[in-house]
Design a binder for this molecule. Structure first.
Ligand code: ARG
Ligand code: ZN
Ligand code: CA
Length: 225
């Protein structure tokens, strides 16, 4: 049982006037975050919950199609401080479904803090294997300081979490089982911080929950929290 943390959140929807996330899809994404971080799909209850404070919408075809190039521009919509999760929903590409900044980078450039995800990865979206909203769950794990389960391969310190088995390579698709670091237990391919397809993902571990709570306390929690 971890400390209850409620993360204020703003979603910033980019659109070209035709394509882009609906408010309904954004709300389903937030519901999926709360289910995943609450342990309702399996794994640990991280103690972390999300409260959507608002949605902004910006019509700009260039920003929508290439948020990486227009990063500083799209992030002008940012709200709040280190504790506020700003989720930008635009179009990325099949190779990069999303990306995030890390909590310890907030102080070096607060204006860039936040998570960018592809609108088609939201629950019910059109990316076939990435259509349950777990791209958002994964990227927000990075926002809380989690690393990939395959970080450092089979070598210590791995992902810096002691209850995720080390993993030599990222998982692709959804294999029944896989063991890339012999003697260390099976690969954690159901973990949200692996690269498996959404249908394969269901959990954070208690160790990951602890790391997220520690990162929150160190880098993001408001003073009086
Ligand atoms: N490849 C992306 C990253 O490294 C996200 C992967 C998300 N995986 C998923 N099944 N939705 O951050
Ligand atoms: Zn990642
Ligand atoms: Ca192993």
């Amino acid at each position: 049982p971890r400390l209850p943390v409620t993360v204020p959140m703003w979603a910033h929807v980019l659109t070209d006037g035709r394509l882009g996330a609906s408010d309904t899809a954004v709300r389903s994404q937030v519901a999926m975050l709360n289910a995943a971080y609450g342990g309702e799909l399996g794994g640990a209850d991280t103690g972390i919950r999300f409260r959507l404070d608002g949605i902004t919408r910006t019509v700009n075809a260039a920003w929508f199609r290439d948020p990486v190039t227009f990063e500083r521009s799209i992030k002008r919509a940012r709200k709040g401080g280190a504790e506020t999760l700003n989720l930008y929903v635009a179009q990325l590409g099949e190779l990069v479904l999303g990306y995030s900044t890390y909590p310890y980078l907030y102080r070096s450039d607060p204006r860039l803090d936040g998570v960018v995800i592809d609108w088609r990865s939201l629950p019910g979206g059109s990316l076939r294997n990435f259509d349950r909203g777990f791209t958002g769950v994964h990227e927000i794990g990075h926002w809380f300081g989690l690393l990939h389960t395959f970080e450092h391969g089979c070598a210590a310190p791995g992902d810096g979490v002691d209850d995720t088995a080390p993993e030599g390579q990222p998982t692709q698709g959804c294999p029944a089982g896989k063991d890339t670091c012999v003697g260390d237990g099976p690969d954690p391919l159901h973990n949200f911080m692996d690269y498996s397809d959404d249908r394969c993902m269901s959990e954070f571990t208690p160790g990951q929950a602890l790391r997220m709570q520690e990162m929150w306390a160190a880098y993001r929690a408001p003073e009086a929290d």
